[in-house]
Ligand binder design. Structure first.
Ligand code: F6R
Length: 622
């Protein structure tokens, strides 16, 4: 998804601090490019900057990576002492990735430049009415209407802020943008639906789609809300709503530092994040586990006494966590739980009741579908809360209550540590809704031992998984199967493999195998089974595994109890041994070897692991 950076240097002659680069060599465009690099994880296909000084605005933009942009900046000799700049990484929505469609976009006369993230839904109408007024467009994007409209209103008002405000009244859709004008030493930022925050240091102001572009310079941040417009100039910054009324906003403290965004010695962010999980799950429960009752008061205030049902809203990996939550909470509390795809829920006119509790689950807190589905539930008067990783994100603020995951920034596009923390958060919710003290203390005890068990699982399985990756790297298809709580783990394992290695992988409930997928079984179609726990799920899954072996299918069995498998499997099969825990917490242990397997297979295949093709980290558009 697109990334936005805006940089305003308050004082001349202030040295610029750059990561991994000597401060005295850094130029103003270097700072913008460094900011863009920190947003690369969001996914992009082109990049650009616009800088302003007393002579006007200069724009350089390029299809490709930030390095391509830097080369173009060199060729264009942008070495002046600028004080204002905006920058952008674009992930194409309207118009193919090329130089013309890259941001910044300018008004026809070049007096205004804009970087934009999101979608302007009514851009066609706006574009044709501007064209009727003689405006010429040079891209196929929806974004270009923004600088052109600002220009149109500036001609009328001769007031940059008013022109932006009038433009905002015409735009429909989800967006965040930054605008600069050749005659004004200002950056104006506006947010409605897409993320935008604002870092404040003594010598500089920095806008970002998140805190990454400025986290090494300042931790002081303002998270803009929807319909906020922020104007920054030398002496001050002002925040107004879209109607032009002044509003006050609190300055918050960013809860992590630059090192948290680095790779910590790993080749990829995904690997770093997989290995962080013993620590991140601890962060999710440690301060809460002994205070379940105060969790009810502090994090879920006024939770209805008699809950009709729980509806979880989520997408992708977060939806798999929601399904796990269903298995845990419904079984242990008797409260009906639905796990809904947010993208379906928002359009299906769901029947919602006053005593329904709706939980939006999202790593980024920005996913457009989850956000809209949550808004629908809020409008219906349901009790709503969030389980979110990114502090201050839209979903967290909309929900207003719930649990933060405290997993730290997740940079790898494929979600790993957020998933295991979501499973912990859902377990905390289960405990909160459960009055059986013996049950509670059993789960709490087990949760405390989970980080060590997870560490053991990683250490015990990784060398074997590297061998499995060598062996299976050239396969084109995989089946992942499990029953009960292991069914969503199978879905998540398959999703990990397909998104980063581009191998087709299907997750199935093992009980469904006989209703279709069994037709696929042959030697070239490996089946990964998850068999853990001592319940009926284990023995039934074992029978399904035997059915595969009877048809000469190859098997990888992820299990905490391999002794029953030895006589069924052949030397073409593998057992990945996991560490035993209770059912409720088993997804945390079981998913990690599957994350590792996806990682090592993708690496063997030479895939771009942290930024898989066509995927974006925050899906802030439909
Ligand atoms: C998969 C993945 C996606 C996200 C989904 C929801 O690895 O990362 O499927 O889980 O786009 O994102 P969030 O949790 O940010 O709402």
């Amino acid at each position: 998804m697109c990334g936005i950076v805006g940089y305003f240097r308050k004082e001349e002659g202030i040295s610029i601090t750059l990561k991994n680069r000597k401060a005295d060599n850094a130029t103003f465009p270097d700072v913008l490019c460094e900011g863009l690099r920190r947003l690369e994880y969001r996914g992009y296909d082109s990049a650009g900057i616009a800088v302003r000084d007393h002579k006007g605005i200069r724009v350089v933009k390029k299809k490709g990576k930030v390095e391509d942009l830097e080369a173009a900046i060199q060729r264009n000799n942008l070495n002046e002492k600028y004080t204002i700049g905006i920058a952008h990484t674009r992930w194409a929505t309207h118009g193919v990735p090329n130089d013309a469609n890259a941001h910044p976009h300018s008004s026809m006369d070049g007096s205004i430049a804009v970087v934009h993230n999101g979608i302007i839904e009514n851009y066609k109408i706006l574009k044709s009415s501007l064209e009727e007024q003689g405006y010429k467009f040079s891209s196929n994007t929806d974004s270009e209407v923004i600088p052109q409209l600002i220009h149109f209103f500036y001609k009328e008002t001769n007031d940059f802020e008013l022109a932006v405000q009038k433009t905002l009244s015409k735009l429909e859709g989800a967006y965040a943008f930054l605008a600069i004008h050749k005659d004004h030493e200002k950056i104006i930022g506006a947010k409605n639906g897409s993320p935008l925050c604002f870092g404040i240091s003594d010598s500089e102001y920095i806008f970002g789609s998140d805190e990454a572009p400025f986290i090494d310079k300042t931790r002081r941040v303002i998270y803009l809300d929807d319909k906020d417009m922020l104007t920054v100039e030398k002496s001050a910054y002002t925040i107004r709503n879209f109607e032009g009324f002044d509003i006050q906003k609190e300055i918050s403290e960013v809860p992590y530092d630059l090192e948290a965004i680095g790779k910590n010695g790993h080749e990829h962010f995904m690997m770093k994040e997989i290995h962080e999980q013993p620590e991140t799950i601890t962060n999710a429960f440690s301060s809460r586990i002994n205070h379940i009752n105060s969790l009810a008061v502090d994090n879920f205030p006024n939770l209805p006494h008699s809950i009709n049902r729980i509806i979880s809203l989520a997408c992708g990996t977060s939806w798999h966590a929601a399904l796990i939550g269903r298995y845990i909470i419904e079984k242990n509390t008797g409260i009906p739980v639905n796990a809904e795809y947010a993208s379906e829920f928002r359009y299906m006119k769901p029947a919602l009741f006053k005593d329904d509790v709706v939980i939006a689950i999202s790593q980024s807190g920005q996913t457009a579908d989850t956000k809209e589905a949550l808004k629908l539930a809020i409008d219906s008067g349901c009790y709503c809360a969030g389980i979110v990783n990114v502090v201050g994100s839209d979903i967290a603020r909309l929900a207003g209550k719930g649990l933060y995951l405290h997993a730290g920034p997740e940079i790898g596009v494929a979600s790993t540590k957020a998933f295991t923390s979501q499973v912990i958060a859902l377990n905390l919710l289960n405990l909160l809704l459960n009055s059986n003290r013996a049950y509670r203390s059993r789960v709490v005890g087990e949760m405390k031992s989970l980080p060590d068990k997870l560490q053991q699982t990683i250490e015990r399985t990784e060398p074997l998984i590297e061998e499995i990756a060598q062996e299976f790297k050239n396969h084109s298809n995989f089946l992942y199967m499990g029953r009960g709580i292991n069914y969503p783990v199978a879905l998540e394992g398959a999703l990990k493999l397909k998104e980063i290695s581009y191998i087709h992988a299907e997750g199935y409930s093992a009980g469904e195998m006989k209703h279709g997928p069994i037709a696929l079984i042959e030697e070239s179609m490996p089946s990964l089974f998850i068999l853990t726990g001592d319940g009926v799920g284990y023995s039934k899954t074992l029978s399904n595994l035997e059915e595969v072996k009877a048809r000469k299918g190859r098997v990888i069995a992820l299990t905490d109890n391999g002794k029953n498998l030895k006589h069924i499997l052949t030397d073409k099969d593998y057992i990945i041994p996991t560490v035993e825990t209770i059912d409720e917490l088993s997804p945390v242990i079981n998913i990690v070897p599957l994350q590792l397997m996806a990682y090592h297979i993708a690496k063997e295949r030479g895939c771009e692991i942290d930024k898989p093709r066509n995927l974006a980290k925050s899906v802030t558009v439909e």
